[in-house]
Design a protein around this ligand. Structure first.
Ligand code: NDP
Length: 387
């Protein structure tokens, strides 16, 4: 698998955006709850010799950890589930039994920092509600551990920057849980778009949404998603981010401007976070992207037209069953690879070879810059906002 960084950073177009205020509570929450950003000494994280597996501790044993990451860790070739961090003792018991994790490698959120003294753990994988990503990534870095943090990287640009700085200061690697970078169809569209195989991409339609039904709102993994402080935003933060990612990795460019509108049909559920958003992204090479995201309807597609053809991935963003085609016919690629296992193995390889992750903190930061610009456009009544 090719793990070379795939997007050239374009600092100049982003610099302007730094003036934009962080949206929501995330920044304030970070300031209040995160440990101080200076003055904590971290033992530099070690590289792991080739003959040893990389020990991973999962933080937050919720839906994604239980349904995908725990099982995927059993499918990796170079990683091993060696630690657990949970606030729910019953989960700790069940996971210990299922995966053979020893007692001394189980922590709760208060004892978390003691993981610094545990040589079994090389990587801390943060799978918590969005508003907790920054705090636990920073604490993990300060414990001298490499970090994988789930998407969205954080709830604000400000938090993302603090996370990147903490990891740099501690000398640890930071990776974001963008599993589709390890999925063959998405790797193919990166090449088709960036290498202009069918000519320059002119227009894209990218959307990801699912419906939150009225009777699902009290499920634990939905409850925090409807809470602005915990989630930092609604459908856009949660699944719209895949449409933004797709636009960025097909073009290989950073968007320069955005126009966006939000529609709310069930304000009684979505009183704090966004329900449906349509956004248009303008890229410097001329590509225009029509993006959509929703908690009120299911759609799941990446479609790109170029001057000499088209390509599409549909369904696009799920854990499996991904399917792609071009104007020439179906993409003949495996549809059900274990994206999470590939993602974790690739990160383990980066640690062994001491090189950056394919999906660095800067990747997560850039998406948050676009998300903040989308919210700014909505708040300005759909005005075009430069990024
Ligand atoms: P869940 O609510 O199912 O799990 C979150 C877990 O965090 C909880 O089970 C709990 O674990 C822990 N937690 C600690 N404090 C709190 C709190 N105050 N409120 C709620 N939970 C708390 O969420 P998901 O697993 O669906 O999502 C977790 C993260 O993973 C999110 O950032 C999400 O965006 C991301 N994700 C990524 C996916 C991907 O494809 N890359 C797919 C799905 C989610 P415990 O009881 O062990 O303490």
């Amino acid at each position: 698998m090719d793990d070379a960084p795939f997007l050239a950073p374009d600092a100049s177009t982003r610099r302007q955006f730094l003036k934009t205020l962080s949206r929501g509570m995330g920044g304030a929450a970070l300031a209040a709850s995160a440990p101080p950003l200076v003055g904590r000494a971290a033992a530099p994280a070690e590289t792991v010799p080739d003959e040893e597996t990389v020990g991973v501790a999962l933080v937050g044993l919720g839906n994604y950890a239980t349904g995908q990451l725990g099982p995927a860790l059993q499918e990796t070739t170079t990683c091993e589930l060696r630690g657990l961090v949970t606030g729910t003792p019953a989960k700790a018991e069940a996971w210990k039994k299922k995966y053979g994790v020893p007692d001394e490698n189980v922590y709760d959120y208060d004892t978390f920092d003691r993981i610094a003294d545990n040589d079994d753990i090389d990587v801390i994988y943060v799978v918590l509600p969005n508003s907790m990503h920054a705090e636990y990534t920073i604490r993990a870095a300060e414990a001298g551990k490499h970090v994988i943090c789930e998407k969205p990287m954080a709830t604000s640009v400000r938090e993302c920057k603090a996370m990147i700085a903490a990891c740099e200061r501690a000398g640890v690697k930071l990776s974001i849980g963008y599993r589709l970078h390890f999925e063959p169809h998405h790797q193919r569209v990166m090449t088709l778009g960036q290498d202009e195989v069918f000519g320059p991409v002119t227009v894209m339609q990218n959307g990801f949404g699912f419906r939150i039904s009225e009777d699902a709102t009290d499920q634990p993994h939905i409850e925090w998603r409807l809470d602005e402080e915990m989630a930092g935003g609604g459908a856009l933060m949660d699944v719209g981010i895949y449409a933004i990612q797709g636009a960025r990795y097909v073009t290989g460019e950073e968007p320069v401007a955005v126009t966006a509108h939000e529609y709310k049909t069930r304000p009684e559920i979505f009183d704090e976070v966004d329900e449906t958003i349509f956004f248009q992204l303008e890229f410097p090479g001329g590509t225009v992207v029509d993006g959509s995201t929703s908690y009120n309807g299911s759609f799941n597609r990446l479609y790109a037209t170029a001057t000499d053809g088209w390509f599409e991935v549909s369904p696009s963003y799920g854990y499996g069953g991904v399917q792609g085609r071009t104007h020439e016919g179906p993409m003949d690629l495996p549809r059900d690879v274990n994206q999470q296992a590939r993602q974790m193995d690739a990160f383990a390889e980066c640690i062994r070879q001491d090189r950056p992750s394919r999906v660095t903190g800067e990747e997560g930061l850039r998406d948050l810059e676009v998300i903040e610009a989308i919210y700014a456009s909505i708040e300005a009544g759909g005005r075009r906002v430069e990024i």
